[in-house]
Design a protein around this ligand. Structure first.
Ligand code: ADP
Length: 542
């Protein structure tokens, strides 16, 4: 016997229909790439997305066609996503921080037919476009008055492009499993791999993200996704925001501490999300110039481990709750969030901060386990670490064109490449990437844990720990430090600071000071590049 409920397909454009119908006047505020603050609302965003769909359909763009975007978070980028989705085409976000040859490779792999690009990246696209034969048209996300001089052929302004449509158009209807979006992983090992979201996975994932133990978004919120839409499906904000009916504040190209501070305060943002490096910039700006965050109630921090010092500063100095999150492009991306369950509600001070260094527990729709190398499940005791594996309706079942097949098993588990332990209440803590873990005398040392402690030192701006070959122990940890302006801590200061906080045999064998630590295109410490830079280093006396 089957249920007698309607088969209402979970299509992404139904999200913007909902926002426009029930929260139509809610603001979408952006720092435009041209400069001024721009204000619109969900009703307008939907109407303009419809015009875009209609215009795309006239260009022959339809189900399954890939349409790339290389853009900051603004209302036009948001409209582009829904306009592309509305004809059944696939939004393909490009990370402008990648090398242009890598971007061309990705665009060719995806066979992008069109590209929507911000003014900031037109020069970059001039280098890329000639290498991508599938590209038919380039839409520059501006109006005619701001169109730049460009060598790009077939480039039009977004405003003139959609002005050729009246919006009298019906969204396409299709199976909810149809591809909706594409995002390539950063490819720190080998070529980048394409992750393909479906309409169904995006809608289910946004519903998951709204849960109170996740982002807990409500129509009363004002959400500022600082995390760019091109990073890991924009952490679902383009769907979870409109689905909740909250106001959206889009930071545009203003990604520095001062610009973010202005948007947070002037636009009375209540919840925001980004990687730790962004928050380090904001906190450094506030440490220097002062300021307060009276409207901000919570900040979601993920993408790499959130150092304890950041959590402490937000909570103790500015009264903002930190929600540590873990996820991956392959997971749409949210996997766990560190909200406080009743079992831990009694924790205060340092004990609470200890808990918050964990990445947290999964919501409904994410299954998780840890295993050894033979795929045997390991106990959830808060200390035994192993390979972290996940499955769920918004987790990849394979990569585009079948790449990386070794990461998927026959029972549907996806090997995240992360190493983690889980405690008795289901709180997961990442101890490392499988390839970054330091193997000392047959035991594993977590580089992340040492880094997190080291950035708590008042003179340290950034810290990284890598394993360096050691004649006796195989590998030993090396602590690499960038100091804050005008500070000069000694090696002994730093080792003394870690003393008593980690096991003796985890203590770095040496500390070196550098001007800069290399970052990936999504703002994470790039361990492969750092290891390369230091390949001639050896421990004193080793
Ligand atoms: P990219 O590497 O392109 O930024 P992802 O965002 O998909 O792509 O990277 C996912 C990886 O980032 C995870 O597998 C994990 O290693 C790391 N990561 C994400 N969030 C956290 C976190 N809160 N703590 C530690 N590592 C994290």
């Amino acid at each position: 016997m089957l249920g007698l409920m309607q088969d209402w397909p979970l299509l992404c454009h139904k999200v913007i229909d909902h926002a426009a119908t029930y929260h139509g006047q809610r603001e979408v505020v952006s720092r435009s790439v041209e400069g001024p603050i721009h204000r619109t609302n969900y009703a307008e965003v939907r109407l303009r997305a419809l015009k875009l769909s209609q215009r795309l359909a006239r260009d022959g763009i339809g189900i399954g066609d890939r349409v790339a975007t290389m853009a900051w978070n603004t209302w036009r980028h948001l409209e582009s996503w829904y306009g592309i989705l509305g004809v059944g085409a696939v939004y393909h976000t490009l990370n402008p921080r990648l090398f242009h040859d890598q971007i061309a490779w990705i665009m060719n792999d995806a066979e992008d037919r069109m590209l929507f690009v911000d003014l900031t990246f037109v020069k970059l696209v001039e280098l890329i476009a000639p290498k991508v034969p599938s590209l038919e048209r380039i839409v520059i996300l501006t109006d005619d008055a701001h169109m730049p001089e460009t060598s790009l052929v077939n480039a039009v302004s977004y405003e003139s492009y959609i002005a050729e449509a009246d919006g009298d158009f019906a969204w396409a209807e299709f199976d909810e499993r149809t591809a909706a979006g594409m995002c390539y992983t950063s490819g720190t090992t080998g070529d980048p791999k394409g992750v393909v979201y479906s309409h169904r996975s995006n809608v289910l994932h946004a519903m998951t993200a709204l849960q109170p133990d996740m982002l807990s978004l409500a129509s009363r919120d004002r959400l500022m996704p600082v995390v760019p839409l091109f990073h890991a499906n924009g952490w679902s904000t383009a769907f979870s925001g409109p689905m909740s009916g909250c106001a959206m504040v889009m930071p545009g190209a203003g990604m520095d501490g001062e610009s973010i501070y202005q948007m947070l305060t002037q636009e009375k943002v209540t919840i925001t999300a980004a990687v730790p490096t962004v928050w380090l910039m904001l906190l450094q700006r506030m440490e220097k110039e002062g300021g307060a965050l009276p409207d901000l109630s919570r900040v979601v921090i993920g993408g790499s481990a959130c150092p304890r010092a950041i959590t402490k500063a937000f909570q103790d100095d500015y009264g903002v709750d930190v929600v540590h999150a873990w996820g991956m492009t392959e997971m749409s991306p949210l996997g766990t969030l560190c909200s406080i369950k009743p079992e831990y509600a009694h924790l205060e001070g340092d004990e609470k901060l200890d808990l918050q260094t964990k990445q947290g527990h999964p919501p409904f729709t994410v299954e998780m386990k840890i295993t050894d190398d033979e795929n045997v499940s390991l106990p959830w005791d808060g200390s035994t670490f192993g390979r972290l594996k996940v499955r769920g309706p918004a987790v990849s079942s394979s990569y585009y064109k079948g790449r990386g097949a070794e990461q998927f098993d026959t029972e549907g588990w996806f090997d995240t490449g992360d190493v983690a332990h889980v405690d008795q209440f289901g709180y997961m803590q990442i101890t490392d990437r499988a390839k970054d873990v330091i193997k000392s005398g047959g035991e594993w040392i977590s580089s992340i844990e040492i880094e997190n402690l080291a950035v708590g030192h008042p003179d340290v701006a950034e810290a990284a720990v890598i394993g360096v070959t050691h004649p006796k122990w195989d590998e030993r940890p090396l602590l690499v430090i960038v100091v804050k302006e005008d500070r000069s801590p000694s090696k002994e200061d730093l080792i003394g600071f870690l003393d008593g906080k980690i096991a003796k045999w985890w203590m770095p064998d040496d500390v070196i000071f550098v001007d800069d630590i290399p970052h990936t295109a999504t703002g994470k410490i790039q361990k492969t590049a750092l290891r390369d830079q230091l390949k001639d280093y050896s421990f004193p006396g080793a």
